[in-house]
Design a protein around this ligand. Structure first.
Ligand code: KMH
Ligand code: ZN
Length: 274
């Protein structure tokens, strides 16, 4: 089967990291936008977006999402994918708040889990509330699957029409508290997917590189960026999100996978053309 062009998502900042983890983390709206623009120039077609407040803390404030989105859109075309996961402990109303800006995509985490030392709450009620809000604003969901049970739950929610029928799946592998990040873990999950379902993988930390290479080779899509991994090599920090994207582009070149433009990514993901 011919493989589709490779969609690269870049998760530029996330909610869990600070400048103490890496001095290269973008924090202000201008820095986050600039980092996203560079990632797109390097080959990313989707920007997975979290934002930070004036203190550098994670925020779901829609004004900040608006500001960052406008800065990015002034400079380049890309699919903006807002986080509805927010930071651990963010109430569901706040998590949904930026959806009123109608981004092309947003995330929907498919279950609760231990997330490092904390609990990432995604009860059935939370999932259904976010799913309904996504539908209300016509936003295409990316389902975040952190563990095998979340995929099983997805099929259940789907049968009951609690989530939209059209979605992309992102397997986030290697979060402490979720499924592991070995290639075998990915294959176990993929075995359960219908063949036509689009999917990507986000490997956390040291799992990022091998999972990326594997996904490129077998026709999946990939997520990279500081949210998932701040290192370029063991004990060597990546200096930018673009550097991590460039590595994916290089691997894809070696493996003969062309890179999807934002226009091609929209086609693959059934997102209406602009
Ligand atoms: N910050 C994590 C607890 C998402 O963006 O939708 C959840 C997360 C998922 O980052
Ligand atoms: Zn995220």
């Amino acid at each position: 089967m011919t493989k589709p062009p490779l969609i690269i998502t870049c998760a530029v900042v996330g909610a869990e990291l600070s400048r103490q983890d890496t001095p290269h983390l973008p924090i202000t709206p201008q820095e986050i936008a600039q980092s996203a623009i560079e990632a797109v120039a390097a080959g990313a077609s989707i920007i997975h977006l979290h934002v930070r407040d004036k203190k550098g803390l994670p925020s779901q404030e829609s004004n900040i999402f608006r500001q960052v989105s406008e800065l990015i859109k002034q400079e380049c075309d890309c699919i903006l994918q807002y986080s509805t996961g927010g930071a651990v402990g963010t109430p569901v109303e706040a998590r949904c708040a930026p959806l009123k800006l109608k981004p092309e995509m947003a995330t929907l985490s498919m279950g609760s889990m231990n997330f490092g030392r904390e609990i990432f709450e995604n009860s059935e009620q939370t999932i259904c509330t976010i799913a309904k809000t996504l539908q209300q604003y016509g936003v295409v969901p990316e389902l975040e699957i952190f563990d095998a049970g979340m995929l099983e739950s997805t099929f259940r929610y789907l049968k009951r029409s609690d989530i939209p029928a059209q979605f992309h799946i992102d397997f986030v592998l290697g979060v402490p508290g979720g499924i592991g990040g070995e290639v075998e873990d990915l294959l176990y999950l993929l075995n359960k997917l219908p063949p036509e379902q689009s999917w990507s993988v986000a490997g956390i930390g040291r799992f990022q590189l091998p999972l990326t290479a594997h996904a490129i080779a077998i026709g999946g899509h990939v997520r990279t960026g500081f949210e998932d991994n701040i290192y370029y090599q063991k004990r060597v920090l990546a200096t930018s999100n673009a550097q991590l994207v460039e590595r994916v582009v290089n691997l894809a070149g070696e493996l003969n996978r062309p890179i999807a433009s934002p226009v091609e990514a929209r086609e693959i993901l059934h997102i209406p053309a602009l």
